[in-house]
Design a binder for this molecule. Structure first.
Ligand code: ADP
Length: 514
């Protein structure tokens, strides 16, 4: 496509201040570098589609290495000044930036819903609030950037460590929770005195660009830069840029491995949040009033199952199997699938044609499996309002073996499988039989069993009798092939976005005062 010129006057912004399509048109063709929303160096753009009705909501620059260079250079210049700003002042600016986003939250959450197809009421609004909360939290934590003093081994030596900024950080984010993940990358990095270049996901660039634009009113130019483009063309040169000294990524395992490979060439540290094929487990003594809605929340059905923490393998004890399965089916029938921007909608649309096809393919495998049963969902909607978007109902299956791709692969769609069990030890080894180790949920009234599960389950984010989504101040990260490092809490800022120096100063002996 050729470059298009888009009106960006203030008059446009006030025409219908909360119409997200006006906003995505205004942001079309733009990147944010050095505090300025500008055209990219790249002369091609790609269309961004609203998954709810397949309309084109705007175009985003298909940046390559020229734009990555431009943004990294702006970040490098800004870093020289930013690292000299006292930490608590940096934090205060970050908090003001969070306040500015909050002032415009109605618009931001609508753009998020338009970008992603996630339902406004159940997803986009709470996600926007969480992104603001996380940004504010890291602003407040900036005063915690402390080193340590160490008892010196030698007399007269002052021995201490520092916590310094690393430099320029690259953030690569996906489309499934773009605002929250954006905040999780940039807030700890910026509070710690780094400057950042983020590459948005090609499917959902506008909400992030908008949030960054608003934050730039409170941050010095160049501290926070945003570019758009495809992975290999734009993400890779950004990661490989010699000035970038830290990479933080959320996305698929395959891309995480590639990024770790690029970063390894320059021994650049990476934080990786990758996939999961997570277990939800219901023991025979569980409180089913908690467990049944918990299975549904845990599967993140109202985000179309497009969550790394989606608990898509649901192990249910044989004694209560039928009751649980019937209870889940009854509750799934209450989920209203529809227009993401409609306040009455519980569950919006799958992000893209590619992800929609992926869900259909796994359903094809499931339906061709002898003995498989569709307990709920499993058919594309026929309602004409839902046939022009990537809508698929919440789907619950059983009769599928653990060796099936349906039970082994991360589908990243609204499809979960129920698995009966009667032996705790065998079930735990089945739950652990995956290369991933992200999250796990268990329901029981037996404290001793719960603690045994906590001990034996191979997952980084473990819950009992609940299945909350990751949030601020709760350290989050995967084991095994689900990732490297932790996010969302103080340890993320201290351990992932700081460089440390060990300092030894021989203070000698005091001189003569006279
Ligand atoms: P998903 O399957 O959720 O789309 P991906 O891992 O494919 O997740 O993409 C997550 C992010 O990584 C996106 O911003 C994408 O553009 C980016 N990406 C994909 N491939 C590469 C790559 N080779 N180098 C850097 N970034 C990449």
């Amino acid at each position: 496509m050729t470059r298009i010129d888009v009106e960006t006057s203030n008059a446009d912004r006030t025409m219908d201040a909360n119409d997200p399509r006006n906003e995505t048109r205004r942001l079309s063709g733009r990147i944010l570098v050095d505090g300025v929303l500008r055209e990219a160096e790249a002369d091609t753009q790609f269309e961004v589609i609203h998954p709810g009705d397949l309309s084109v909501i705007g175009t985003a620059p298909r940046c390559g290495s020229a734009d990555a260079d431009l943004a990294v250079e702006a970040a490098r210049r800004a870093q020289i000044l930013w690292r000299g700003v006292p930490a608590r002042d940096r934090g205060r600016m970050l908090q003001k930036a969070a306040d500015a986003v909050e002032t415009e939250h109605v618009l931001v959450e609508r753009v998020l819903s338009l970008d992603t197809g996630n339902a406004l009421r159940t997803q986009a609004r709470p996600e926007t609030a969480s992104a603001i909360d996380l940004t504010r939290m890291f602003g407040g934590l900036a005063g915690e950037l402390k080193g340590e003093t160490v008892p010196a081994a030698t007399r007269n030596v002052l021995h201490y460590t520092t916590r310094d900024p690393i430099g320029v950080v690259a953030g690569i984010i996906p489309w499934n929770a773009p605002l929250f993940l954006f905040a999780a990358k940039i807030a700890p990095a910026i509070a710690a005195g780094n400057t950042v270049v983020v590459k948005t996901a090609e499917q959902a660039p506008f909400c992030v660009l908008l949030m960054a634009e608003i934050m730039n009113r409170e941050l010095p130019p160049g501290v926070l830069n945003v570019i758009s483009g495809y992975g290999e063309e734009c993400g890779r040169p950004l990661v490989e840029h010699p000035v970038v000294r830290k990479v933080t990524f959320t996305g698929s395992l395959a891309v995480g491995q590639q990024i770790a490979g690029y970063a390894a060439q320059k021994l650049c540290p990476v934080t990786l949040e990758l996939g999961g094929k997570n277990p939800g487990i219901v023991l025979a003594d569980a409180d089913l009033d908690l467990a049944i809605p918990g299975i549904i929340d845990g599967m993140r059905y109202t985000r179309q199952g497009q969550a790394c923490t989606a608990a898509s393998r649901v192990f249910i004890h044989e004694k209560i199997y039928d009751r649980v399965v019937e209870g889940v089916a009854a509750k799934l029938a209450e989920i209203r699938v529809g227009d993401p921007l409609d306040e009455t909608t519980d569950m919006g649309a799958i992000i893209s044609a590619e992800q929609f096809e992926r869900t259909l393919n796994y359903m094809e495998i499931a339906k061709n499996t002898p003995g498989a049963r569709v307990i709920f969902g499993g058919e594309k909607p026929v309602d004409p309002k839902l046939t022009t978007g990537y809508y698929y109902p919440p789907t619950f299956l059983d009769g599928i073996g653990l060796d099936s791709e349906v039970c082994r692969d991360e589908i990243f769609g609204p499809v979960a499988t129920a698995l009966p069990f009667n032996d705790f030890d065998e079930m735990i080894s089945q739950a652990n039989d995956t290369p991933y180790g992200l999250s796990a949920n268990l329901w029981t009234r037996d404290l001793s069993r719960a603690l045994e599960y906590v001990d034996r389950i191979e997952a980084g984010f473990v819950q009992v009798n609940q299945c909350a989504a990751p949030r601020s101040n709760v350290s989050y990260g995967g084991l095994k092939m689900s990732g490297l490092g932790k996010e969302y809490a103080l340890d993320s800022m201290l351990n992932h976005f700081c460089a440390s120096k060990t300092v030894l100063i021989n203070r000698g002996t005091p001189g003569n005062l006279v």
